[in-house]
Design a protein around this ligand. Sequence first.
Ligand SMILES: Cc1cc2nc3c(=O)[nH]c(=O)nc-3n(C[C@H](O)[C@H](O)[C@H](O)COP(=O)(O)OP(=O)(O)OC[C@H]3O[C@@H](n4cnc5c(N)ncnc54)[C@H](O)[C@@H]3O)c2cc1C
Length: 382
Amino acid sequence: MDYGLTPAQEAFGRAFEDFCQKQIAPRAAAVDRAGELSRENWKDLVDMGFFKLYHPAKYGGVGEDTDFVMRAMAEESLAKACAATFLSAGASIGLCGGPILHHGSEKLKAKWLPGLVSGEKIGCFGLTEPDAGTDAANIRTRAEKVPGGWKLYGEKALITNAPIADFGVVMAVSDAEAKHFGVTAFVVDLHGPGVERSAPYRKMGLRGSPTGGLVFDGAFVPDEDVVGEPGAGFIQAMQTLEFGRISMSHFGIGIAEAAFEAGCKYATERRAFGKPIATKQAIQFKLVDCKVEIDTARLMARKVAWMKDEGMACADMASISKTFATEMAVRCADRVVQVFGGWGYTEDFPAERFLRDARLGPIGEGTSEIQRELIARALLGD
Ligand SMILES: Cc1cc2nc3c(=O)[nH]c(=O)nc-3n(C[C@H](O)[C@H](O)[C@H](O)COP(=O)(O)OP(=O)(O)OC[C@H]3O[C@@H](n4cnc5c(N)ncnc54)[C@H](O)[C@@H]3O)c2cc1C
């Protein structure tokens, strides 16, 4: 394995970090307070070409010019600058765009991907339901065959971008007898009849990324908007979540890095007993522990990105990386709240936001518990 970056990767990483710190990070506190997606951030991401990193040139992307290592750097910088914007952008271009790109027909890709890549459309990914999250094979939303297409009935919950998305990749049971092989993925126009949305949930963190529910009552999906073959939806969803796990590692590393940098700055400025608190070993060790864990998480995540670029299977490594990086981010953000003392508990400083935002990591895209189950299965057999 080569740990060095190519000159192109290095230049890209620097430019993207610079862009995120100049354009996105200064708005993060206001975005959190406003509790809605920042359209300004979205436009800046479009202008910077973020969405293009994920799709080939024929759909408006940058095709072969991008790679997983570059994407890793971009995702980490974006999560560091504004984790909420990262979450919504990833749900649109990755969770929604990914299954269309990897499993859809040419017609499906040409119809839906250019809107996501240009940022004009916002996508979402509907797997979770009120009674089926981790147990995704137990979804109840059903698809009934009708002439020319399908009608969807059921409910999705906890869906990133649901309150604002234009369309979504939605998993529904098309053949109840076939169990895992009876789930189909549909691209659903969320502005069409038979679709209702809940109000955005009031969340602990990531408030600038709207999360909500979707209700389908006979929403019509034409045959051409089925993703791949009917019955392949469950496997497509699991493959999509593997990509999601890789992104969630970068989510954790980005937030932890932001917390760590804020903690270092504060520790050198805040004085107690006549000296900066950074001179106290108890404070130094908290920050050192953050640094040790962040660098460890980054090494793992870069290995996963490198394995993807090499075309190697990396599902187990993605689970290991996701588990460590997202739990590490909660630990780092918590330590940094402590470094800030009482001010860390107020909204006057960003430390509390980092902790609230980081807490999604061990829950989303497969909980830590399920990651440990997957890792155990890989280690010990089923
Ligand atoms: C902000 C946010 C954004 C989200 N965005 C999306 C999205 O865009 N699309 C989408 O489809 N979903 C999304 N989700 C849903 C998320 O993927 C689920 O919350 C997650 O998969 C867990 O499901 P659940 O909430 O139903 O918890 P449950 O499945 O009810 O789990 C509850 C607890 O039990 C544990 N548990 C369950 N089964 C097992 C087991 N077999 N072994 C050990 N422990 C177990 C879990 O780990 C957890 O600790 C989002 C959630 C949040 C909070």
